[in-house]
Design a protein around this ligand. Structure first.
Ligand SMILES: [Zn+2]
Length: 453
């Protein structure tokens, strides 16, 4: 369903079904951007994005095994430039943004022949209200050519993945002066092409610290809507890969899922639905219900492995002659990940999608916790329970539901600032979820209930 008609449908449904306990409550999806978000979207600048991509390409190669101390060429020079640039943005943040080099030594592994220092460059903008709640956006700054072990040849990596790094950095610049309620992390990770090593380390550090990451987005190959292969460009489309059954699902969780369903209600799927609700005008997120493309992966998988909701943005149609290829002309075809194939207006559009998503997540309450559906008795109604959120501007909750065969939420009911509700619909016949609202009408992603006594 088109966005406009879906929104209209939802507002009618909500008005009919709701006991309106939240002032001004009208819509259940399709959120108009706030004044501050509109300003953020305006400030995202294609020329700055171009400058970042050009600078990253200028290091010749950013291969993970390339020089760490040559000031001009190699991944070390790229690392130092990204760090300095992010520090410059952080200087405008009134101490709220901190920038770190997160280094570790990757032991010998299939694509790492000698122990190698890998460094993620991480800018953290501390939340002003609930700083423990964290959202993460990444691009990877390492690059490669045809031979994944070749650290010498030119590997411009303009699309893969200077484009994604430019998204994360431009968001850091624009948001540094602002005060999101939750914490937002903007990271350029490395070691991706050798085996997702940088993001793997980063996600594990967060897991070890018990960091509450409620969403993570990898931007990887977001350079153009034009595949340069004779097909029609799709300059407003960006794909979002979101898994269904969680990568981190335990055997016990699988047993429950096999019993009552829920393949389409993992936390990453809910994130995909949230993205569609807040995508800005002029962009079309094509949500794809799989973890990633065939034969490929990206840094979101490192977060999925640790049980964090995560997804991957990527351009609508790839040209594989422009990825992971030596720069060369063969049979009249230009191979290589060259900057001439990038469209900076397109990358800016992808950055705006990310901005709308991250800002909306950070301004809304966190995803409800401990949501359960009462399964102690055979009844033809549904009792849901959850934990009360701690956000000071928390206004209440909405219960959403849909036919089991429907892709997206179809109905919503505001239920007020409560932690349990009984709905006169059979839990056997529809899928339910719960989301939180704040006093400004910002909605959290939906949490699907687990069966509980
Ligand atoms: Zn990549």
């Amino acid at each position: 369903m088109a966005k406009s008609s879906r929104r209209a449908f939802l507002s009618v449904t909500a008005a009919a079904a709701a006991a309106p306990l939240v002032a001004g409550e009208a819509r259940a999806g399709g959120v108009a951007p706030s004044r501050e978000l509109r300003a953020i979207l305006r400030e995202i600048d294609p020329r700055r994005i171009e400058a970042i991509v050009r600078k990253l390409v200028s290091f010749g190669t950013r291969h993970t095994l390339s020089s760490q101390d040559d000031p001009v060429r190699g991944i070390g020079a790229a690392r130092d430039w990204i760090f300095a640039e992010l520090q410059r943005y952080a200087a405008t943040s009134n101490q709220r943004m901190t920038v770190e080099l997160q280094s570790f030594v990757q032991p010998v592994s299939p694509r790492v022949p000698v122990p190698t220092t890998i460094t993620n460059v991480i800018a953290t903008l501390r939340g002003s209200v609930t700083p423990e709640r964290t959202y993460v956006v990444t691009g990877h700054y390492d690059s490669r050519v045809t031979d994944v072990m070749d650290a010498v040849k030119d590997a411009p990596g303009a699309d893969d993945d200077a484009s994604g790094v430019a998204v994360a950095m431009e968001l850091a610049r624009v948001m540094a002066t602002r005060r999101p309620e939750a914490t937002i992390v903007f990271a350029a990770v490395a070691g991706e092409e050798q085996g997702l090593y940088g993001s793997d380390h980063m996600a594990q550090v967060y897991r070890d610290r018990g960091t509450d990451i409620q969403a993570m987005f990898s931007n990887d190959i977001v350079g153009t809507g034009d595949a340069h292969d004779g097909t029609r460009p799709a300059n407003r489309t960006v794909r979002l890969f979101v898994e269904g059954v969680p990568t981190s699902e335990t055997a016990a969780e699988a047993t429950t899922r096999k019993s009552v369903g829920g393949e389409n209600d993992g936390p990453s799927r809910q994130l995909g639905r949230f993205v569609k609700d807040v995508e800005p005008e002029g962009t079309d997120v094509r949500v794809i219900w799989r973890r990633d493309r065939y034969l490929r992966g990206s840094d979101h998988i490192s977060f999925l492995l640790r049980g964090y909701p995560a997804a991957r943005f990527t351009e609508p149609r790839e040209n594989f002659a422009h990825e992971h290829q030596d720069v060369r002309v063969e049979n009249g075809i230009q191979y290589g990940d060259l900057i001439e194939f990038c469209d900076f207006d397109y990358i800016a559009r992808v950055a705006r999608v990310n901005a709308a998503v991250l800002w909306s997540l950070a301004e809304a309450p966190g995803t409800p916790r401990g949501v359960v559906i009462d399964t102690t008795q055979l009844t033809n109604e549904t009792t849901l329970r959850w934990e009360l959120g701690t956000e000071p501007d928390l206004a209440g909750y909405e219960v959403v539901w849909r036919e089991t065969t429907a892709p997206d939420w179809e109905h919503s009911r505001a239920v007020g600032k409560v932690t349990t509700v009984t709905i006169d619909l059979s839990k056997d016949n529809v899928f339910f979820g719960v989301r939180a609202l704040d006093k400004d009408g910002h909605r959290s992603p939906v949490a699907a209930p687990k069966p509980s006594s």
